[in-house]
Design a protein around this ligand. Structure first.
Ligand code: GLY
Ligand code: MN
Ligand code: MN
Length: 496
């Protein structure tokens, strides 16, 4: 009897326990539904473990040594914060103002001129490293106050024959010239910028860690946006959400966020972000977090505001997706910079031909009507990072659709975007005479418009860009942003 009583008690206790757990679960779930993931909330999975440091003295010393090895003839190099990213690249010094002076072979070979730590400066502008920090944290052999640069310059120039300056340092260039004129010196002045920029093309391990983190957090922001977007929100509310994820994770905003819905998805650098999103819109989100060390990701996803791609949207989306996937197979050592781009263009042009949108694929202007940009640029300290591509980026038109222009060889350590896109801007067909009046006769253009318009109208207002950040490795590549949902199925699942 006692045994049965005990058993009964057990059953009652365990039933009560189950009931309590179920009720608790329901309350938690209801609460989640009620609050959604509105601003002010960030589920754990959108948070980052730790932020990588903004500085490592050894990395920067190695970098300066590498640069010196490329300019063996140099006996003086001066770079100031007028060349913001280049200055940061060689010093790591994050303040707004500073001058680096490198005098190879001398006992004191690395000078930093910085803002002194004075009490009123700190009070008004915030904490600075000062002279002490420049030596202790940033490894300068000697630090000086910025304002003593002019006075010290003649001494620094003395006996120097080969001086490297930066083309953005006009002020310093003038001071150097004046000083040399006075002293009757005859040193050669050379340009350091092209050398720095070539080094910046190849990212070291520390830079890669910075870019990985920037990409990770950018991916989180994309996922957060996918989970929380809905019709009726303004584009700037999506901007607030993604930038909130950046800041909550301790990172910065790498470039003005592009949040383009509906017809705005076709405006390549739309940053007004003030339209109210509607059911049936596509939403193009082109964003990049920047790491503490200043490295910027650049990742785009295009999603349907209501969570389901329409047939027309899907057609264009999958074409762009295929272009990017194919392009990635040529983003590795052994290929040249534009090989991937030209393959992507082939996919897009053939797809548009099949849809009846490019009647004549041998016509340059018919293709150019739909093709707006190349698919890759370097990323790094700048979103469109410096460095040579092996082709003339000024003459954009030519390389975009000329497969013979292939650019420089792809090598490990490069980090670049893979970003094909197609945009059916509202009213673009009406601008065709303005765009190509110099390349085709009015009759030809009118005939094209008449043939293409009924098809174009089906897609009008659809803009799709899919952008990933690709690190080139010895034997291929790593897609740093691969975890941002990308296929139609992945995106629709994430948005359910
Ligand atoms: N965010 C500008 C670009 O994709 O190049
Ligand atoms: Mn972008
Ligand atoms: Mn880009």
């Amino acid at each position: 009897m006692a045994k049965i009583n005990k058993l009964k008690k057990y059953v009652v206790i365990s039933r009560t326990l189950v009931l309590v757990i179920v009720i608790a679960a329901i309350i938690i779930l209801m609460n989640m539904r009620k609050t959604g993931y509105d601003l002010g909330e960030l589920p754990q999975r959108f948070l980052h473990e730790h932020v990588v440091s903004d500085f490592d003295p050894d990395v920067f010393e190695a970098r300066r040594n590498n640069i010196l090895a490329s300019v063996e003839d140099a006996d003086l190099i001066i770079v100031s914060s007028a060349a913001r990213q280049d200055f940061r690249y060689i010093t790591g010094f994050p303040e707004r103002q500073g001058i680096a002076v490198i005098t190879p072979g001398q006992e004191i070979s690395y000078h930093l001129f910085v803002t002194p730590r004075e009490i009123y400066t700190v009070m008004w502008t915030g904490e600075v490293y000062g002279l002490e920090g420049a030596v202790e944290t940033f490894g300068a052999d000697k630090a000086h106050a910025l304002e003593s640069f002019e006075e010290m310059l003649p001494g620094l120039l003395e006996g120097k024959n080969s001086i490297y300056l930066h083309d953005q340092d006009n002020n310093i260039r003038n001071l150097v010239r004046q000083s040399m004129d006075k002293a009757g010196g005859s040193a050669e002045i050379r340009e350091i910028a092209p050398i720095l920029h070539e080094h910046r093309v190849f990212k070291d391990d520390w830079e890669i860690a910075q870019l990985k983190q920037a990409a990770d957090v950018t991916v989180k922001a994309h996922k957060f946006a996918m989970e929380t977007v809905r019709e009726g929100l303004k584009e700037y509310e999506v901007q607030a959400k993604v930038e909130y994820v950046f800041r909550r994770n301790g990172l910065g905003i790498g470039f003005p966020s592009i949040i383009g819905s509906g017809p705005n998805s076709c405006l390549l650098h739309h940053t007004r972000n003030d339209r109210r999103m509607q059911d049936g819109d596509l939403l193009l989100i082109d964003i990049g977090a920047s790491s503490l060390g200043g490295y910027t990701a650049d990742v785009t996803r295009t999603i349907p505001v209501n969570g389901r791609f329409s047939e027309e949207q899907k057609t264009i989306y999958e074409l762009v997706l295929e272009a990017g996937d194919k392009a990635l197979t040529k983003m590795k050592p052994g290929f040249k910079m534009l090989d991937s781009h030209h393959l992507a263009m082939e996919v897009l042009v053939n797809g548009l031909y099949d849809l009846g949108l490019i009647p004549d694929t041998t016509s340059w202007w018919q293709k150019r009507f739909f093709i707006q940009h190349r698919i890759n640029h370097y990323i790094g300290l700048q979103v469109h990072d410096v460095g040579d591509y092996g082709y003339d980026t000024q003459n954009r038109n030519e390389h975009i659709l000329t497969p013979e222009i292939r650019g420089r060889e792809i090598k490990p350590g490069m980090v670049m975007t893979n970003e094909p896109g197609l945009y059916f801007m509202v009213g673009l067909l009406d601008g065709i005479h303005e765009m190509f009046g110099d390349l085709a006769s009015p009759e030809e253009l009118d005939a094209f418009v008449e043939q293409v318009r009924p098809i174009y109208e089906k897609y009008e207002g659809i803009g799709v860009r899919i952008e990933d950040d690709i690190l080139i490795t010895e034997d291929g590549n790593i897609n740093l942003s691969e975890h941002a949902p990308k296929t139609v199925e992945e995106i629709e699942r994430m948005m359910r």
